[in-house]
Design a protein around this ligand. Structure first.
Ligand code: CP3
Length: 343
């Protein structure tokens, strides 16, 4: 079985002996080879150079023997063609910040195939670079998380800015979320056409919401994207950080994979979301500890999920820049050594 077949079998909820693993932010600053390669580029330049994207996308897969490649890019690049100024240093800054509903009228309607063509080219270049036997993943930000960055949030301490806008200007918010949904859908369709085997929608901030607000500001827009892609016959994955209280709402989506963080117990998520595939959920902070802790934690997760068909090992959020590469290697070896037993 190739890695692509292994990944797609798990995505479809089929039983396999082996468990595939990839890591959110797998191409990143914890890897010396990435730091070296990136010396010649700013982050934005790198994202816009398809051959360089292919190189950094392939790096972690080849160095660490990971089971899927995720295209090197960023969820916020879609904000630039709207007419917003975007800088990475390395955290993102958006200007001007969305504070008044009139600003929404100034956002431009655009065709992702015209403005984000470099992502399609990067997928095509990456497929040439990695060959046909590895799964290649595309992605975008969920409309609600993009909205949060438009409102200028940088972390949990200014999350209130997004809520403040949404509750004071509900109609403008719904209109904006609707148009972010339209461009995101077009963007993901472009990625599927360019060779992405599956696409992941990152809703990093939606888990901050209570169930009621989630059902207003996030879920309907993710539903539209996953419904439409499912009609196209494309595969989708939805990641939400802190989604434990939202599992029942997520179970109604047409997504193939739900990616959860460490606060959602894996087997409970698998039961409540069946027949969807679960992806996750090792706490990336635990990769900063001794190797034996990493091996023990990963072993326990694999045991817990051994009886469930369709499981993709991942972290519960992006890998931290200070993570020792030796810990990642030990993690991948532990996952690869484990044999799932049909029960
Ligand atoms: O997973 C991968 O390896 C693919 C590449 C990828 C990046 N960003 C590269 C990146 C992916 C899938 C993302 C998604 C992304 N970007 C999310 C959703 C997932 C999550 O982490 O919650 C969000 C919220 C962003 C926005 C963003 N971009 C932030 C908050 C930051 C700064 C944090 C950091 O890691 O420094 C970025 C910059 C960014 N995106 C970097 C990388 C490799 C660091 C820039 C650099 O290396 O110079």
């Amino acid at each position: 079985m190739t890695k692509r077949e292994l990944f797609l079998a798990n995505l479809r909820g089929e039983y396999t002996d082996k468990t595939p693993i990839w890591i959110m932010r797998q191409a990143g600053r914890y890897l010396p080879e990435y730091r070296e390669y990136k010396r010649n580029f700013t982050f934005e330049q790198l994202c816009r150079t398809p051959k360089a994207v292919a190189e950094v996308t392939a790096q972690p897969v080849e160095i660490l023997d990971l089971d899927a490649a995720i295209i090197f890019s960023d969820i916020l690049l879609i904000l630039e063609p709207l007419g917003v100024n975007l800088k990475f240093d390395p955290g993102p800054t958006v200007a001007p910040i969305l504070e008044r509903p009139e600003q929404i009228e100034k956002y431009r309607d655009f065709d992702p195939a015209n403005h984000l063509w470099f992502v399609a080219e990067a997928l095509i270049e990456t497929r040439k670079r990695i060959g046909p036997d590895l799964p290649l993943l595309g992605f975008c930000g969920a409309p609600f998380t993009l909205f949060c960055y438009l409102c200028g949030i940088k972390g949990a301490k200014d999350f209130h800015k997004a809520v403040k806008f949404a509750i004071n200007y509900p109609e403008a918010t719904a209109r904006l979320l609707g148009s972010l949904t339209d461009v995101s859908l077009g963007y993901l369709r472009m990625q599927v056409k360019a060779g992405a085997d599956s696409v992941q929608i990152f809703d990093t901030w939606a888990g901050e919401l209570a169930a009621e607000e989630f059902s207003q500001w996030s879920l309907p827009y993710i539903r539209r994207i996953t419904d439409e892609l499912s009609k196209d016959g494309a595969y989708t994955s939805v990641y939400i950080k802190g989604a434990y209280h939202l599992l029942d709402q997520l179970s109604g989506l047409k997504a193939n994979i739900i990616s959860v963080d460490w606060r959602a117990p894996l087997s409970e998520a698998a039961r409540r979301l069946a027949p969807k595939t679960i992806q996750g959920n090792l706490d990336p902070n635990l990769l900063l500890g001794p190797i034996d802790l990493v091996v023990r934690k990963a072993g326990a997760m694999l045991e817990e999920m051994a009886a469930y068909p369709g499981y993709i090992f991942n972290l519960g959020h992006g890998i931290l820049p200070e993570t020792p590469v030796a810990n990642v290697r030990a993690l991948v070896e532990t996952v690869h050594a484990f044999e799932r037993k049909k029960r």
